[in-house]
Ligand binder design. Structure first.
Ligand code: AMP
Length: 403
């Protein structure tokens, strides 16, 4: 079965065509800067092989429809395309950031599902409109092809009320559904179940702490294969220190800045999402630049790394308290998979809880799951590459086989 996976943002569309039988990527691509003067399309066929071919285009891409058509014209071509006809695409799987409280599983798209996603736009105004654009364009381009949506919030719908409720006036939950939802759910579920698999454990009886450290960062406490707590909240702003997002701050900071600096709600929102985190602390939001800065004696870069890893360590400690028994701690995503210094600093001082990292193994970089804890560590520490696109393709296939 060939599944086209679409992750459509406000001004970009990421896509992958995946053969679910072999679980290989036939095409992956990115359409960027939609709506700007100079749009960019990068399309790679057979990206993980020696036969890879890369096509890059720069031109105005007016909207999502134009962007998706451009990509499809490259993929589907009777002569030059990796597939000869659109009918070879069996299904489309879409990533949607916010599913509100209505979706705890992937679902086949119907008009009811679309209007339910529209209803959650106030909860995710930066993300869901772009996701919906991708769905609408894809339904237009592939009429009659089953389309499935996989929500970033779904895995965390098992959080108990004591973990998802904020201590705010209850009517804010009743009227506006203000609560913790959590995101990155597809990634947390994927790496948690992969970890259970490589440790030869039954996922339904597996407890772990998953740490997704990329541009966005979040953690989850997984008990018996189910998410029971997570660091993202109503939006993907709470919790860990991220590239440009603050993570946890005293909410009183917002009123303080309004009163003392005259900042508007929009300005504060933009500052917390785009000008804070690692970037706010040291002016750099890429961890590789931060390490280079530290090597050159940049004190602020060192501070940014310290603040980020300290926050992660605090969350690990609190999730150990949540779970009681922890079988594994799992690092994933751009930083989690590649940055041994961040991993080492994040578990530093947890030896008394049975968390011991093997610094030699931890320094290795591989593309496969790797155990980086010592043999006598009672909690295993793993690096597991995430693969949200594959998870979406698998979910799409499984929904269709249930039909
Ligand atoms: P992601 O959102 O998972 O694609 O992660 C992107 C982030 O991962 C980048 O902003 C970098 O901070 C970080 N990253 C990527 N490669 C490396 C690396 N080799 N070492 C450290 N950090 C990295």
């Amino acid at each position: 079965m060939k599944v086209l996976v679409i992750n459509s943002g406000s001004s970009s569309i990421k896509y992958q065509l995946i053969d679910t039988k072999t679980e290989t990527v036939i095409v992956n691509g990115l359409v960027e800067r939609i709506g700007e003067e100079k749009g960019i399309l990068t399309n790679k066929t057979f990206p993980d092989t020696d036969a890879q071919t890369v096509t890059k285009m720069e031109k105005t891409i007016a909207d999502h429809n134009a962007g998706m058509r451009l990509a499809i014209d490259l993929i589907v071509d009777p002569e030059k395309g990796v597939i000869k006809d659109k009918s070879e695409i069996d299904a489309v799987g879409h990533r949607v950031v916010h599913g509100g409280e209505g979706f705890s599983e992937p679902i086949l798209i119907t008009s009811e599902v679309i209007s339910a996603i529209e209803d959650t736009v106030p909860l995710a105004p930066l993300h869901n409109p772009g996701n919906l654009d991708g769905i609408r364009v894809s339904m237009e381009l592939f009429p009659g092809v089953p389309q499935v949506v996989v929500f970033d919030t779904a895995f965390h719908q098992t959080l108990p009320p004591h973990a998802y409720m904020y201590a705010l006036p209850y009517e804010l939950y009743e009227k506006y559904r203000v609560r913790r939802y959590g995101f990155h759910g597809t990634s947390h579920k994927f790496v948690a179940s992969e970890c259970a698999r490589v440790m030869d454990r039954n996922f339904e009886e597996f407890n772990c702490i998953t740490i997704h450290l990329g541009n966005g960062c979040s953690m989850a406490a997984v008990e018996n294969g189910k998410s029971v707590d997570t660091s993202f909240g109503l939006t993907p702003l709470e919790g860990l220190v991220m590239g440009t997002r603050s993570g946890d701050v005293d909410p009183a900071v917002c009123a303080f800045l309004h009163r003392n600096k005259g900042m508007s709600v929009e300005e504060i929102d933009t500052m917390l999402n785009k000008e804070s985190g690692l970037k706010g602390l040291c002016g750099m939001n890429d961890m590789r630049d931060i390490h280079a800065g530290i090597a050159n004696g940049n004190e602020r870069a060192k501070l940014a790394l310290d603040v980020q890893t300290y926050r992660t360590r605090k969350y690990i400690g609190s999730y150990m308290a949540v779970l009681g028994r922890v079988d594994a701690i799992v690092f994933t995503a751009g930083i989690g998979e590649n940055d041994d210094v961040v991993r080492r600093k994040s578990v530093k001082g947890l030896e008394c809880f049975g968390v011991k990292i093997d610094e030699v193994v931890n320094a290795q970089r591989v593309k496969e799951p790797l155990r980086v804890s010592t043999d006598d560590s009672s909690v295993q520490i793993w690096v597991i590459p995430t693969n949200e696109e594959l998870a979406i393709a698998r979910a799409t296939k499984s929904i269709l086989s249930e039909k």
